[in-house]
Design a protein around this ligand. Structure first.
Ligand code: HGY
Ligand code: MN
Ligand code: MN
Length: 422
């Protein structure tokens, strides 16, 4: 392995700082004792202030953009040059782990910290963005931060309401943002040359390969639907079993059927029912209505459509046989996203320098890179996480893996700036 730009000692120091900052951000939560930080909340703005201070300490100029992303710029050797954009998200799912998103923002800051400390300037500017919403936890719609930067917010998003009844526009106003100015967050295509995102793998492949780092080839496509079974509520003690139109029994039959069908399709295809709401939700009432979500993902779009069509046909068949009604509407549709070949090659070179060999793998999880890829070439660097656990407080990374990741990251940034900025 040839030496990386950053010494092992510097990388160890940077990794310790990153993990300490992940711990500090994990304390900024709407719920004591667990990590939940949602878009446009007081916790979001508090995290932005912390990250903004860390960006400033790394020699960056810092601003919060019109949709609430925290942004920093480290000027190029020649001021005004386009930027290599680094980033990830600062929002979380409910009861989240502390590395999903945050690790990518904080390791990006370490690459600039290194340049600043060594008074180095590159042929490109380095910009870092901490996106305000990737998970969609508050409003159900996702990628509000990265789509603000690409200028691809649908007008409908502003009037979209979250579970607290507040619309995105109202929440923006409460957060001190002007909902009429969302378009100001959009960046010009020429402002940015490429986007890199470092992220925990959130899966088991790197651990099984006994590797700290890997390079992402494709981010799987996804479809998310709101589904409903509509039967007949009734008295739990008097309606004979054979005469029931039990919406929850129909739901249960479908959930096991869709699990079997997707297992038969094989990895990396996945289908998940993550939310089930049973109405009226009383012990002595036959459920008349069930609302549930379906999340289906896979590496190719046509395969995804075929799998989804099969699962929905199963639901229709179960509903017909049970005399209940089934309906579904897709509220989230993301195509499979290919990472740029050149960026993959540079990341592979940097990872090989840092760990002797690399591994290319697809991402089952969605990322901000999906939105950014609609305007600029994207590359992703994966870091091993313990047993692939994520979206859970047990999410964990190894400090030495983070040190290795930062060495690879600064290497990739430097190689890319030379290659794209010349
Ligand atoms: O759901 C996802 O794939 C991402 O973690 N938001
Ligand atoms: Mn996530
Ligand atoms: Mn994430």
């Amino acid at each position: 392995m040839c030496d990386s730009l950053m010494s092992a000692a510097e990388a160890a120091q940077a990794a310790a700082r990153v993990l300490g900052r992940c711990d500090a951000l994990a304390e900024i939560s709407e719920t004591r004792g667990q990590l939940t930080r949602v878009y446009l909340s007081p916790e979001h703005l508090h995290a932005n202030r912390c990250v903004g201070e860390w960006m400033k300490a790394a020699g960056m100029t810092v601003w919060q953009d019109a949709v609430g992303n925290i942004c920093g710029r480290y000027e190029a050797a020649e001021p005004g040059r386009p930027a290599l954009l680094l980033g990830s998200h600062l929002d979380t799912v409910r009861n989240a782990g502390r590395y999903d998103g945050m690790l990518g923002v904080l390791t990006a800051i370490e690459t600039v910290q290194y340049l600043h400390q060594h008074q180095r300037r590159l042929p490109l500017a380095i910009e870092i963005v901490g996106f305000g919403d990737e998970e969609g936890t508050r409003f159900g719609i996702t990628l509000l931060g990265s789509r603000g930067l690409t200028g691809s917010w649908p007008a409908s998003w502003l009037t979209h309401s979250g579970s607290d009844g507040l619309s995105v526009a109202d929440a923006m106003t409460q957060a001190g943002l002007n909902p009429d100015k969302v378009a100001l967050a959009a960046r010009q295509v020429d402002d940015i040359v490429a986007y890199l995102e470092l992220h925990i793998e959130q899966g088991p492949c790197l651990e099984q390969a006994d590797l700290a780092l890997g390079v992402v080839t494709t981010i799987n496509g996804a479809r998310r639907l709101n589904c409903r079974f509509l039967g007949e509520a009734g008295h739990a003690g008097t309606v004979p079993m054979a005469q029931r139109k039990d919406a929850l029994a129909a739901t249960a039959e479908w959930i096991t059927a869709l699990e079997t069908a997707t297992l038969q399709q094989g990895a990396p295809w996945v289908a998940t029912v993550g939310m089930v709401q049973c109405i009226p939700g009383a012990a002595n009432v036959i459920p008349g209505e069930v609302h549930l979500t379906l999340d289906v993902r896979g590496p190719q779009d046509h395969g995804l459509e075929a799998l989804l069509a099969g699962l929905l046909a199963q639901a229709d068949g179960i509903a017909r046989r049970r005399g209940v009604r089934f309906s579904a509407e897709t509220y989230y549709r993301i195509g499979a996203t290919a990472c740029d070949e050149t960026l993959q090659a540079v990341l592979t070179q940097a990872v090989t320098m840092a760990q002797g060999r690399s591994l290319s793998l697809s991402s089952g999880a969605g990322h901000d890179a999906i939105a950014i890829a609609e305007r600029w070439p994207v590359g992703m660097l994966f870091v091993r996480c313990d047993r692939g656990i994520s979206h859970h407080p047990a999410e964990a990374v190894r400090e030495d893996d983070v040190a290795r990741a930062i060495r690879a990251y600064i290497q990739a940034v430097s190689l890319l700036a030379a290659r794209l900025g010349g």
